[in-house]
Design a protein around this ligand. Sequence first.
Ligand code: MOS
Length: 722
Amino acid sequence: MKFDKPETTNPIDQLKVVGQPVNRVDGPLKVTGAATYAYEWHDPDARLAYGYPVGSTIAKGRITSMDLSQARAAPGVVTIVTAKEAGQLGKGSRNTATLLGGPDIEHYHQAIAVVVAETFEQARAAAALVHVTYEEAEGRFDLTAEKDGLGPTESDVRVGEFETAFAEAAVRLDETYTTPDQSHAMMEPHASLAAWDGDKLTIWTSNQMIAWSVGDVAKTLKIPPANVRVISPYIGGGFGSKLFVRSDMILAALGSRAAGRPVKIALPRPFLMNNTTHRPATIQRIRIGAGRDGRITAIAHEGWSGNLPDGDPENAVDQTKLLYAGAHRLTGNRLATLDLPEGNAMRAPGEAPGLMALEIAMDEMAERLGLDPIEFRVINDTQVDPGNPARPFSHRQLVECLRVGAGRFGWAARDARPGTVRDGRWLKGIGVAAGFRNNLTMKSGARVRLDRRGVVTVETDMTDIGTGSYTIIAQTAAEMMGLSIERISVRLGDSAFPASAGSGGQWGANSATAGVYAACVKLRETVAQRLGFNSKDAVFADGEVRSGDRRVSLAQAASDGELVVEDTIEFGDLKKTHQQSTFAAHFVEVAVDAATAETRVRRMLSVCAAGRILNPKTARSQVIGAMTMGVGGALMEELAVDARRGFFVNHDLAGYEVPVHADIPHQDVIFLDEVDPMSSPMKAKGVGELGLCGVGAAVANAVYNATGVRVRSYPITLDKLI
Ligand code: MOS
């Protein structure tokens, strides 16, 4: 099904099941431990062996020797695979560094061997006996040092004459903000069980994008994609870390091929930080010029970040093209080459760190103008793409988010003078920030089966990374087929199923359910045809199909055999005429200890406008999870770079701090009514990343309001406040 014009009315609009706060259909499996996560798969013949990775202990250079003899002789060792044994490997189209390195070393903890043994403990013990010598080369690990000399590039986007307008502006701001390297730090590590059957490879793993993985495993191992099956039905968090094939899949596959047995491997926690990917640190310079009336006339946002050769920048400037009005604009990314581990997508790549800077700048600018921060944002609202005024937003309720939130949060009672409100030893403050994230869409397919029990089974390689995909897909099929949700069975995360949008970029919910919608439209037509009904007037409700005075149960419709159809939603060019984005307003109250500068978050509210909310319960969970991550980004999260050795020092959950329950207070989430016919037949958009975008700055602005200290370098640890 091609989606290329605004959607009119369709069966989803009934909202009997879609839009309801349905409990997770996979919840019981998860809370009873019956859901099989990647490391919990076993092979029935118990021929399973365990792999353990060996990581490079230098960041850049060459391996000069590898002595495997002691490791090979260790108890239980089955085989050891290095780049030499593996032969020439390819590189997945989404990988920056080689997943099994050597002799050249591209980054610290790049995998250089996998040891396969009878037990996990034996593999781990033997891995410590692999002796490697290196010739170390000098690496570049310091973004600040590399920043100088990285100026404007051809990819800068310019509208009007920024420099002139900025110079002429009555009120100006020119500040620099920094965000650190961050780790996804999800609960479940990357883990894979690989098994070969002749030249056919099956990998049970934990991955967000099944079809991408099949392609990249095939490319890396130089085998046909048709010989690769990837299975990932349950995922213990990803945040972008599992968008791509990582070393666990490749090491398990190579280890299994060499051992002639299924091999299972989970990356040890330190490998998550230094072997896989992270969100790159940024330095962001923001310049804003405005008239005394508060109208922005000039806005520039330049972002610096680093990555390995062939890597991408952390694109922190994109939202600044679209969020506020202003005739004269400049945005640009500057990319340094760094020899740190690979930088790649982490939840709301670009906008998350971009808004951490931009939304402090807006708070600072409002203060310089003597304006309330909400009023300053309202004055500079735009209903069209400021770089192309002929292109309106399909829906933009930023002002409504701010106004509704201000009312609910009690903004009117805020004292704008910083450092003036006390509660005993605590300095209290509240802050606000806008949230923005584009609405991406991705082609997505699904297969639906109607069986003689009247049960509809949905099969798609869509993944559920804890987001609720199983549930909203079940809701979609139930709504379309007129069934209760108990009559829907959902099977996800298997490359044997039709390729879907996958889970990424907050495109998953809208795109994947739209694919299920398309398949269900086809199933409705097939059912109507089989029954001799006119598919135009056939009504699917209460487990029946009705047309004129005839009514037949869906079970009856499939009594001659299961009906199986498949379709894919493809998105046309609506994005060219209409900008599709999601908006939020985040409100935070903090208390800062006047003596120790310990910061406690006391209250949080996010108001989101993101199209139709398919399930307010799972969507709320997405947003409160994102708000929590935002607190982490504001106050704690930071990968500490050892600029001498080129690695992240705090490579575990003891040293890489994230919020725990005691750090998180009452959180409130409001979804504004919105239905976006431009986004898909579901009229939904995404909230998973929106919920994070802007939260960090709302915390920073609240800390400023509480203390009068403007911290422009995240995380806002207490040393920066004293
Ligand atoms: Mo997201 S960073 O596309 O999982």
